[in-house]
Write a protein that binds this ligand. Structure first.
Ligand code: UTP
Length: 656
């Protein structure tokens, strides 16, 4: 929203004239001639909000005038990019800071219970039925990638979506996401008869930290095959930092003419989708679903068709994708909360809040596993599917503003001063907090091996086993720099590193092929960058090879398919068929769409080996170092098919 005044409504202002502020903000008053009438109004609004300190250190007119104007320009941006403007931001901040100081429990009066949802079992009849519904629905979907995060925990110098999700083919996360959406689009159009959109759009939320590099990555790679018009960017702005409990805006310690800013969190995606008009466009174009996903989960698309099928079959307005969760595991639980006053909501409750909440609500043992060996509260992985109609209806009431939180680090128990400035934050999964009880909010649980392997932690932190209670709102944060960071994570908690993320791809693909009838050797255990992981055969395929299990299964035939543990199989083609293939080495297939390739018979060669590298070896590219290994390409059988036709690999012996 664009607004020149620092107020959500005209009534928020006092009726004073700027002259009346001459004594309370003399330095601003002296410089008024530098500012436009709109900027004067803005400054006046801030004075009304007890922000005179912003102008206190201004120099005499003639000194640093451009900087003074730049500060007002920044304030205009901060005011315009927050729903309700800075007045609303400051008002909310004062309330949340007061609640935090008082130690108010956000769950007071709420009783938790297990919500209803669907638990999927990979490859059973139900799963296949949901996948089919999901693929059919996909043409009416739009995807939203939230990719504005700093990635401080990973500490990678590039943008996270540019990282390879595996190093066998070197495919980046962004390439994989785009190709997955295109594959889903093709599969959906093939299945679906009749009317409906023919392109699945992708919106990418970026921030100043990621915007230009994300655009460049796409431009340099011809948008990975997507039409440039299919991709839309929505850029989130940072929000103002706060210095004290009265929500006085923090000046940048390095520049007295700038307000310090920090990211507001991925919850911004809702207001941006609304204010950009994208949601309305999508609805008007006949789309029904919007799917949110994150920057580094290379497994997600394996669970998308079935999860979308669940949304469609169960008519969920909001469907949270989840994985089975062990009690007390460091992952939020999807929970139904019922208030004494009758309000109910189905939301993510962070793991360190779930246990005390249960204990306070008549469950003396707190967060414990049930007879299945897992917590009855499924683990939130923050991938969400919304029905666009009800979503847009709700956003037109709220403008996309969702519940925020504040997490100040206090200097001492008086909770008066902060160690460093703080700011309001918001999370996209908190959207259901404001929904009416009539909203259909559910979840879909898929196995973690199939659906979730994010790359969030740097090698050193991933190898440690400490967690921090100071960051309860952070999923999977394994380490913080705060001295009060002491809580031990139960052994076996996932590393969520580049190493584990890559190994998870091979494991999932191996398990899927096993289910399709291929004999795949068991993994071996190896340690890279101090993390012990399972190493499966390095099996990869392009998304167009198969977006749903039934499609993959239809490409595997005969009962003689086998892949040994030291093997690599990279399938880069739509019509590649495994027919009694005995692979012991590396087989790399790259085929254009019209080329039908049968991989059959025995393939044996020295193959590609995984070689340990040390993450401290700065001579190596960062992408390699952070996973702790590289691929040594010794020998492979390679088939490249650029012309449509029918082929076999290895080629049949030529008859004399
Ligand atoms: P993460 O929890 O991974 O946070 O965000 P992060 O900020 O990227 O990384 P850390 O915490 O600094 O290590 C989950 C998803 O939300 C996006 C991220 O890009 C990621 O896809 N995100 C996060 C945003 O789009 N904007 C934000 O302000 C924060």
């Amino acid at each position: 929203m664009a607004s020149s005044a620092v107020a959500s409504s005209a009534g928020d202002f006092s009726k004073l004239r700027i002259e009346d502020y001459a004594s309370s903000a003399p330095n601003l008053y002296k410089n008024l001639s530098l500012l436009s009438p709109d900027q004067v109004e803005l400054a006046k609004g801030l004075l009304d909000l007890n922000q005179a300190h912003l102008f206190q250190h201004w120099d005499e007119p003639g000194v640093e005038d451009d900087e003074k104007r730049a500060l007002l320009e920044q304030i205009t941006l901060l005011n315009g990019s927050y729903p309700g403007g800075l007045a609303s931001y400051i008002k909310t901040a004062r309330q949340l800071l007061a609640d935090s100081k008082a130690g108010k429990n956000p769950y007071d009066g709420f009783t938790p219970s297990v919500p209803s949802g669907e638990v999927l079992k990979f490859a059973d009849d139900n799963f296949i039925r949901y996948e089919e519904i999901g693929v059919r629905e996909a043409r009416r979907a739009a995807f939203v990638l939230v990719a504005g995060g700093l990635g401080e925990r990973l500490g990678y110098n590039g943008i996270k979506v540019a990282l390879p999700l595996e190093s066998t083919t070197g495919t980046s996360f962004l390439q994989h996401y785009v190709e997955s959406i295109l594959a889903l689009q093709d599969a959906s159009l093939e299945l679906g008869q009749g009317e409906g959109p023919t392109e699945i759009p992708l919106a990418i939320m970026t921030s100043d930290d990621t915007h230009s590099r994300t655009q460049e990555l796409l431009q340099k790679n011809s948008y990975f095959g997507m039409k440039p018009t299919q991709i839309k960017f929505i850029k989130q702005e940072k929000v103002a930092c706060l210095d004290d409990n009265d929500a006085r805006l923090a000046l940048d310690p390095k520049n007295k003419y700038r307000i310090q800013t920090k990211p507001h969190g991925h919850g911004d995606v809702h207001s941006l989708l609304y204010s950009s008009g994208l949601l309305k466009q999508w609805l008007d174009a006949g789309r029904k679903w919007v799917l949110f996903f994150q920057d580094t989960n290379g497994l997600l698309f394996k669970a998308i068709p079935a999860s979308l099928g669940v949304s469609a079959a169960k008519e969920y307005h909001v469907n949270s994708l989840a994985v089975p969760r062990k009690a007390k595991e460091a992952i939020g639980g999807i929970t139904r909360l019922t208030h004494q006053d009758g309000r109910t909501m189905v939301i993510n409750v962070e793991y360190n809040q779930l246990d005390p909440l249960l204990r306070a609500s008549g469950y003396p043992n707190g967060d414990v596993n049930d007879e299945t060996g897992y917590s009855p509260f499924p683990g939130n992985i923050n991938q969400l599917i919304f029905e666009i109609g009800p979503y847009l209806e709700e956003l037109s009431k709220t403008g996309g503003a969702i519940k925020e939180f504040v997490n100040p680090k206090y200097k001492d128990s008086t909770k008066t001063d902060f160690k460093s400035s703080t700011r309001l934050e918001c999370m996209m999964q908190d959207y259901p907090k404001t929904l009416p009880p009539s909203a259909r909010v559910g979840f879909t649980v898929a196995d973690a091996w199939l659906a979730y392997a994010p790359v969030k932690n740097n090698p050193e932190d991933a190898a440690k086993v400490i967690d921090c209670v100071e960051k309860p709102f952070r999923l999977f944060r394994l380490i913080d720099f705060s001295p009060s960071c002491y809580m031990q994570v139960p052994k076996g908690n996932p590393y969520h590193s580049a190493t584990s993320g890559e190994m998870a791809i091979y494991r999932a693909n191996s398990l899927i092929l096993r289910e399709a009838g291929v004999e795949v050797s068991d993994p071996i255990r190896s340690t890279f960058n101090g993390q012990e992981v399972e190493v499966w055969p390095r099996v990869t395929w392009k998304p167009k090879w198969g977006v749903a299990f039934s499609e993959i299964k239809s490409k595997v035939s005969g009962d003689g398919n086998s892949i040994t543990g030291r093997s690599t199989l990279a399938i880069g083609g739509r019509s590649v068929y495994l027919e009694n293939l005995a692979l012991d080495g590396a087989l790399i297939i790259d085929a254009v769409d019209g080329a039908k390739v049968k991989a059959t018979g025995s393939v044996q060669n020295a193959g590609w080996k995984i070689e340990n590298v040390d993450f401290r070896d700065t001579a190596l590219p960062e992408e390699v170092r952070i996973r702790g290994f590289k691929i040594g390409r010794e020998e492979q059988l390679e088939g490249t098919y650029e012309v449509p036709g029918e082929y076999s690999i290895p080629p049949p012996p030529v008859s004399k």
